[in-house]
Each structure stands twice: as structure tokens, then as C-alpha cells.
Design a protein around this ligand. Structure first.
Ligand SMILES: Cc1cc2nc3c(=O)[nH]c(=O)nc-3n(C[C@H](O)[C@H](O)[C@H](O)COP(=O)(O)OP(=O)(O)OC[C@H]3O[C@@H](n4cnc5c(N)ncnc54)[C@H](O)[C@@H]3O)c2cc1C
Length: 441
């Protein structure tokens, strides 16, 4: 660990002042497609590297975050308003910048272009990504690092990793994840897309729904049925190039939030993919995907920490300055008590996540804690954004206010990457209180 952190320091510690200049906020973008910065930033101190738990994060974690923060402040946040209006951000451009700086392979092996650091470093990076002022961009980034590529790195053949993982870590490829379908989201086992082996190729038919980055992606980590056996043993994961004949992509789906992220439906019509593009063993795809979900859920939790901290801080400042009935709004006990309560909940979530990551890193079964963290991240995202928006009054109801953007964007946390009820079912299973078919008879 010490050796790896030293390597990290060599790469990132060149920015010791990074933690001092962290002022993200609500950029006001132009509607044009130019790449000129749109507006100055407002202050949100809560999500800064210096606020990370000193017991869990070392100087190296903070340096990593500070370095990423510079990229966010220079290359991403000034353009966010425009990308929100466009309903899409230039993923190849941003991923190349992140890839060159090493942020798309923080905990991936060096031989594939990664930094070979620990999961805690990746979690620190995701916390920092939460300072992007539109969550759709952060979501697309963690989709690449923590949702579409972990199974490939863990189980893929060497040749496959060279072909898909290496360019994804370098930022030359954009990846998407094809699990959900029109008829199957929470119940992953019931997907219908089929991959049938014919000679040396699989022939794929079916469709995927809600595919993040699907209109820009170079390849998809695809889950498909490869046999008619039991639903947990009949699935396989593939690296599917998105330029193959027979792949059709719908137009962008308009959503409640995450506007800067493109979301599409993808149709497969007799798509021929070489057998060697299978990740790992045929029939093991469901298990591989379930493992991949653990990383996805820890990342989804880490992603909410900075925006929720930031919006509590912004709301405190707003309520301090807003005079209502001849006194600052913040002086109403119901307001400052509520903000204190939410801050406490947020610190509990932070601690739970760090404990979860530690357990996972030790190689223990962290599924219960992962699910608890993800559940609480979703619940708290509603509570914090809803309560804060209320205190902003009509200002909070305007569509460019950060509080309203976060209210819209973070609503997804309770639905995507395993809905709250799915998390509750997993927790119940681990508590041995989930009714079995037998007990219900
Ligand atoms: C913006 C966005 C981006 C996405 N990106 C991707 C992507 O890149 N790749 C991908 O594969 N998927 C993606 N998804 C899909 C996402 O993972 C699914 O929406 C999610 O898994 C829930 O599935 P569903 O929407 O089909 O809801 P359903 O499965 O139809 O569930 C509906 C609701 O039922 C409730 N529910 C579910 N299970 C239970 C239960 N056991 N008991 C009681 N209630 C229950 C929950 O409240 C749930 O919200 C994305 C979704 C969105 C909105």
C-alpha cells in the first residue's frame, strides 16, 4: 500500500493548493455549442477533499481528489449548463481528458493502463465526481469505471481486455451497460435478450432499455441469455462493439433529470458477435453481473456524498441571508434543526460507506452493508434535496438552481442500480427474515 501510494503521490501531489480552491457551483451556460466557459462558480465548501474523513482518507486520497477537482473546475463545470440543454455531454472528449490523467482506471491493473490503487481511492474519486454540478456526467463516468468494466477486468480473456479494457481506461472508448430491458429491470433474471451460438459466432436478438451513453458508446457490456436453463445459470456477459450490423439505437429518451447524460433503447436484430467476445465462461454472466453490482452500488452511494453536503451548505448560506418575517430564515428553529439533522444523517451514511468499503476490500462478504448503504443513499437523497428545496422557496423551483437540479438528478438513486425495495429484499435475506415460498404456503 505504501509503495502504491508513493507512486500515486508522484503523479498527483503536484497540486498541493488544490484543496484551497474548490469552488464549484451553479454554472450559467450559454445555449451555443461553443466550448467557452459559461459562468463563474459559486462556493460549496462541503464536498471538498478536506472534508473527507481523516481516519479513512490519507494525504494521497486528498491529493487524488484535488487533482481531479482541477479537471472538473476547468474542463467540466463551466460547460455543464450547455450540456444539460443539449441533453448530452461529449463523452469522448471528457473521457480522453480523464483517461490521460489516470482517472478511468484508478483501481485497475497497471498492465491495462490503470493505477493499481485500492477501492478506497476509487471511492475518493467518485466522491469528488459528485462535485460535478450535473449528476448525469458523473453517472456516465462511474458507469464506465464501476459498472461496465469490473467484470471484464476480473473474468475477461487477455485478448478481450486488450481490445476493450485498455482503450476504456485510456479514455479512447466509451462503454455502456446493457442489463435492463423494457420488460425487466429490478428482476434481472427475467431478461429476454438471447445470444445463440452458431459456429464461431453468437447471434443476438432482443433489446436493452435505459442505456446510459448508448448513443455515443463504442461498446456495450451486454447481459444475454445463452441457454434455456435456470435463469441464474443461463446468462452470459459479452463485450459487444456498438458498430456491428443489426444494432439500432433509439433517439434520446427525455427524462426527469440527469439531462446531460444520453439515455437510449438499443435493439439487436441478428447481431453477429464473435465467440471470443464472451466475458469469462458461458452461463456465469448472472453471477459476474451480481458481483459487478456491488461496485456499482458502492459508487452510487459515494456519488451522493458531495452534492448532498454541498447543497446543505448552500442552503445554510441562502437561509442565513433570506429575511422572512423580519429575521433570517435560518434563525427559525425548524430550519436550523432540520439542516443539523440532515447533516448528521449524511455523516452516518459516510461512515457506513467507509466501513462497507473496508469490509469489501478485506475480501469479506459486504453485500448486506453495500445494500444498506445504497438504500440509505437513495432515501437521504430525497430527504436532503426535498428539504433544502423547500427552504429556497420559489428560487428552488427555478430549473437552473443547483438545488432543483439535484432534486431531479438524485431521484434516480432510489430507482437505478437496484431500487430501494430490491436493497431491502437483499438486507432481509441476510437477516433471514425474507419469506420463502415454503413459509408463505
Ligand atoms: C437515467 C437512467 C439511466 C439508467 N442507465 C442504465 C444503464 O446504463 N444500463 C442498464 O442496464 N440500466 C439502466 N437503467 C435502468 C435501471 O437500472 C432500472 O430502472 C432499475 O433497475 C429499475 O428497473 P425498472 O425501471 O424496470 O423498474 P421495475 O423493475 O419495473 O420496478 C418498478 C418499481 O417497483 C418497485 N420494486 C421493485 N422490486 C420490488 C420488490 N421486490 N418488492 C417491492 N417493490 C419492488 C421499486 O420501487 C421499483 O422502482 C437506467 C435507468 C435510468 C432511469
Amino acid at each position: 500500500m505504501a509503495r502504491r501510494c508513493a507512486a500515486l503521490a508522484g503523479r498527483w501531489l503536484s497540486s498541493p493548493d488544490g484543496a484551497q480552491s474548490l469552488f464549484p457551483g451553479i454554472p450559467k451556460g450559454s445555449r451555443s455549442c461553443s466550448s467557452h466557459p459559461s459562468s463563474p462558480q459559486t462556493t460549496q465548501e462541503g464536498g471538498s477533499p478536506s472534508s473527507a474523513d481523516p481516519l479513512s482518507y490519507t494525504e494521497e486520497h486528498r491529493a487524488l481528489r484535488a487533482s481531479l477537482r482541477k479537471i472538473i473546475d476547468k474542463e467540466i463545470n463551466p460547460f455543464v449548463d450547455k450540456w444539460e440543454e443539449d441533453r448530452c455531454f461529449p463523452a469522448h472528449h471528457i473521457f480522453k481528458i480523464l483517461g490521460q490523467a489516470g482517472f478511468l482506471g484508478v483501481n485497475k491493473a497497471k498492465k491495462y493502463g490503470g493505477q493499481n490503487l485500492e477501492l478506497s481511492h476509487q471511492i475518493a474519486v467518485v466522491e469528488e465526481l459528485g462535485n460535478i454540478s450535473a449528476m448525469g456526467i458523473a453517472m456516465a463516468i462511474i458507469l464506465q469505471t464501476d459498472m461496465a468494466t469490473p467484470a471484464l477486468e476480473r473474468f475477461g480473456a487477455e485478448e478481450l481486455k486488450q481490445q476493450f479494457l485498455v482503450p476504456s481506461i485510456a479514455g479512447d472508448f466509451v462503454a455502456c451497460l446493457g442489463v435492463s430491458e423494457p420488460g425487466a429491470g429490478s428482476d434481472v433474471a427475467s431478461i429476454k435478450t438471447k445470444a445463440v451460438l452458431k459456429g464461431d459466432d453468437y447471434i443476438i436478438n432482443g433489446s436493452k432499455m435505459w442505456t446510459t451513453s448508448g448513443s455515443q458508446a463504442d461498446w456495450m457490456c451486454l447481459l444475454a441469455n445463452t441457454s434455456t436453463g435456470p435463469p441464474h445459470l443461463n446468462k452470459s456477459l459479452f463485450c459487444l462493439p456498438m458498430n456491428l450490423a443489426g444494432i439500432h439505437v433509439s433517439k434520446n429518451i427525455e427524462k426527469l433529470g440527469m439531462w446531460a447524460s444520453d439515455t437510449v433503447q438499443v435493439f439487436f436484430e441478428d447481431v453477429r458477435v464473435p465467440r471470443r467476445f464472451l466475458i469469462g465462461e458461458e452461463g456465469r454472466g448472472f453471477q459476474y453481473q451480481m458481483l459487478q453490482f456491488q461496485e456499482e452500488r458502492m459508487s452510487s452511494t459515494a456519488l451522493v456524498l458531495s452534492p448532498l453536503t454541498n447543497i446543505i451548505h448552500q442552503t445554510i448560506e441562502y437561509a442565513r441571508n433570506r429575511i422572512v418575517f423580519n429575521k433570517p430564515l435560518l434563525d427559525s428553529q425548524v430550519v436550523h434543526f432540520r439542516l443539523a439533522e440532515l447533516s448528521t444523517e449524511l455523516e452516518l451514511l459516510r461512515s457506513l460507506l467507509y466501513r462497507t468499503v473496508a469490509q469489501y476490500t478485506q475480501g469479506l462478504d459486504a453485500t448486506k452493508l453495500v445494500s444498506m448503504s445504497k438504500l440509505k443513499a437513495g432515501r437521504l437523497s430525497h430527504e436532503v434535496t426535498d428539504s433544502c428545496l423547500q427552504y429556497w422557496g420559489a428560487m428552488g423551483y427555478t430549473h437552473k438552481a443547483l438545488v432543483s437540479r439535484l432534486f431531479r438528478d438524485l431521484r434516480l438513486v432510489s430507482i437505478g442500480a437496484g431500487a430501494d425495495e430490491v436493497m431491502l429484499s437483499v438486507i432481509c435475506k441476510y437477516m433471514d427474515i425474507l419469506p420463502t415460498t415454503k413459509s408463505m404456503k
